[in-house]
Ligand binder design. Sequence first.
Ligand SMILES: C[S@@+](CC[C@H](N)C(=O)[O-])C[C@H]1O[C@@H](n2cnc3c(N)ncnc32)[C@H](O)[C@@H]1O
Length: 245
Amino acid sequence: MNDNYLLALMYDFYNYNTLQGQNDDIPYYIRQIDKYSSKKVLVVGAGTGRVAIPLANYCDVTALDFDKERLNVLNEKCNNIKIIHEDFLKFNSSEFYDLIIIPYSTIQFDCNKHKLKQMLLKLKELMNKSSIAIFDMSESFNSKEEKCDEFIFEGYCSEVDDKVSVFYTAKRYDEYIKFVIKYKLKKSQKELVEKEKYYYYNSSLVEFLIKETGLEIITLDSGYCNNNSFMHKHLYHCRCKNEGK
Ligand SMILES: C[S@@+](CC[C@H](N)C(=O)[O-])C[C@H]1O[C@@H](n2cnc3c(N)ncnc32)[C@H](O)[C@@H]1O
């Protein structure tokens, strides 16, 4: 197993041990598939399939990610999803999708103002007049505390048959926060490091760029359900403003 594949396995292990309310986004997206009567859905930044796999029980799902090893893990878990290994900004498609979902802050992932505009333009390019795009932005990065190599949990990871200790670093910069997740595998004595950078949420900038790129907001939800939790998550539902296609 190469280190990138091990990191993809660690991604699922980390999520399994840390995600709680985040998984409420899955029933949220299932409700949106029903609401918009979507048959063909593209999940951008699908990773190892946390969102894409359950959605495939309700519609025809295409999962896109630029991380090959995460997609390999997805592919091993399920065989009814079309997989595309590509940077979203370079993705060209002759078909349109009824619904394009960019879950779990992926649109903030190493995405400065310029790149955010490119992402929105790419979304628009892949949409026809009835397509809907939903992206999920988190305000939590704006106020997350800095941490330095803090131990967060230890557990047995069956995929690598080893005990793994997980350490977390968060460092704030002017426009983004950088996370370093370190995995120490006990038996194999391996150390794996994942680095990610998320740009802060700025609602005025998002709204400005949505308008500028020819999209329009049709719904903006805060949180995935009505129980007041995860109100720091902002779910933008957009469609194309110019009905030219
Ligand atoms: C926060 S993870 C979310 C993974 C999964 N959807 C989930 O909810 O657990 C973000 C994912 O987006 C992918 N990603 C980020 N920017 C991308 C881009 N421009 N094109 C394709 N994939 C991208 C990363 O490789 C990563 O797997």
